[in-house]
Ligand binder design. Structure first.
Ligand code: C2E
Ligand code: CA
Ligand code: CA
Length: 376
């Protein structure tokens, strides 16, 4: 870094692997950009230490006085935000601070604070979406989906807060809450005579957390739910992480009698060998394939391939995102056993889900009679 700097620049170490360079008298953005490129090139030169070769890379964030701020602290903060952005974009690059970065960081910070308070105040909810037998049309299970209502009563999509919850670690208490609620509600239904399996989404961060198995065991004990009524949905990404650890967790779950489903199957990890290696019970065909299946030859081919694979490996199959009767008919004729989607019902609060269960127990032969059950 010193090599790339001029005599009038100041290089200092902030701590750890963080450095600050103060450039004086810069005439244009281009000058700063080419300086940043020189630093990156300098750092990328491999070097040897005690016989070992080291290849380093850096991420650089840049803020400008007085354009971005006139205040030292916020200039420093802005440079940090731009550096974070450079890291997110793949490292070994530089980024200028922009008000977009600032507002996105502010928004994330705000959301994180809101999530923490929502957890403390018990504001998260769990909705349930039925899974339906494609032949008999009876409800055979349900998926638990977390819901968060903002101060105005509007639901915030999990897609908007789960990724941040994963980054901040908040997914651990949120996921625990969802599992507890799902086990508790399912046990209620069982006591009322409805034997349904509940599927709970488990994010990779949660799955790899050191106390995950303990948490699952405690939750089952506290709720009284038998393990065979619990299914955990993980994504293919989990299976590509720490293989021996994953194997240990999955085998322990299987020994307990808990079922494992691979969610969004077909969209992630392409090495199918894992299906042999890990104890898996269910494949969930991703809704993107179902969505296009009637118009797109590749999607129907992928669905057929997944169905053949599941049959050969003796795995249960669920197609998600079923929105039309035509999709349901086609999946049924392809021998897909279980369907899930807006055609049957949107995810519902527990009370409404329970009503739906009772409504559909009496007669289920005639789809269309039950407006709520068979709505699109
Ligand atoms: P997912 O696990 O693939 O869940 C299915 C998503 O598809 C749900 O969205 C569901 O409401 C939606 N869906 C159901 N039927 C249909 C349909 O017919 N058409 C369409 N277009 N969509 C349908 P939701 O509830 O917004 O959840 C989005 C994602 O957020 C979930 O995708 C899952 O990855 C994550 N998520 C939700 N709840 C939890 C949770 O408790 N824990 C974790 N870790 N992730 C969760
Ligand atoms: Ca899922
Ligand atoms: Ca899915």
């Amino acid at each position: 870094m010193l090599n790339a700097s001029r005599a009038l620049d100041t290089v200092s170490r902030q701590g750890g692997d963080e450095f600050t360079i103060l450039l004086l008298d810069v005439s244009s953005f281009e000058v700063v950009a080419s300086f940043a490129n020189r630093i990156l090139a300098e750092i990328a030169v491999p070097f040897s230490l005690e016989g070992y070769r080291y290849d380093l890379c850096a991420s650089i964030g840049i803020s400008l006085f007085p354009d971005d701020s006139e205040n030292v602290e916020s200039l420093y903060r802005h440079a940090g935000a731009a550096m974070h952005q450079a890291k997110l974009e793949g490292r070994n690059r530089f980024r200028f601070f922009s008000s977009d970065i600032d507002s996105s960081i502010r928004h994330r910070h705000f959301l994180e604070q809101q999530m923490r308070s929502a957890l403390e105040d018990g504001i998260f909810e769990v909705f349930y979406q039925p899974k339906v037998d494609s032949k008999s049309a009876s409800i055979v299970g349900m998926e638990a989906l977390v819901r968060w209502r903002d101060a105005n009563g509007c639901l915030i999509s999990p897609m908007d807060f789960i990724p941040l919850a994963e980054e901040t670690g908040l997914i651990i208490p949120i996921g625990k809450f969802v599992l507890q609620k799902a086990c508790h509600d399912t046990q209620e239904l069982i006591k009322e005579g409805r034997q349904l399996v509940v599927s709970v989404n488990i994010s990779t961060v949660q799955f790899l957390h050191e106390s995950f198995l303990q948490m699952v065991n405690n939750t089952l004990l506290e709720s009284g739910l038998r393990p065979e009524f619990l299914e955990l949905e993980i994504t293919e990404g989990v299976l590509a992480k720490d293989i021996s650890h994953t194997q240990h967790i999955l085998s322990s779950l299987r020994e307990r009698g808990i079922r494992i489903a691979i969610d969004d199957f077909g969209t992630g990890y392409s090495n199918l060998a894992y299906l042999k290696r890990f104890p898996i019970d269910v494949l969930k065909i991703d809704k993107s394939f179902v969505h296009e299946m009637l118009f797109n030859k590749s999607d129907i081919a992928i669905i057929e391939a997944i169905i053949n694979l599941a049959q050969a490996l003796d795995l249960e199959l669920v197609a998600e995102g079923v929105e039309t009767q035509e999709q349901a008919n086609s999946l049924r004729s392809l021998n897909c056993q279980i369907l899930q989607g807006y055609l049957f019902s949107r995810p519902l609060p527990f009370i409404e889900f329970r009503d739906l269960l009772w409504e559909t127990t009496t007669s289920i032969e005639a789809p269309g009679k039950h407006s709520r059950y068979w709505r699109g």
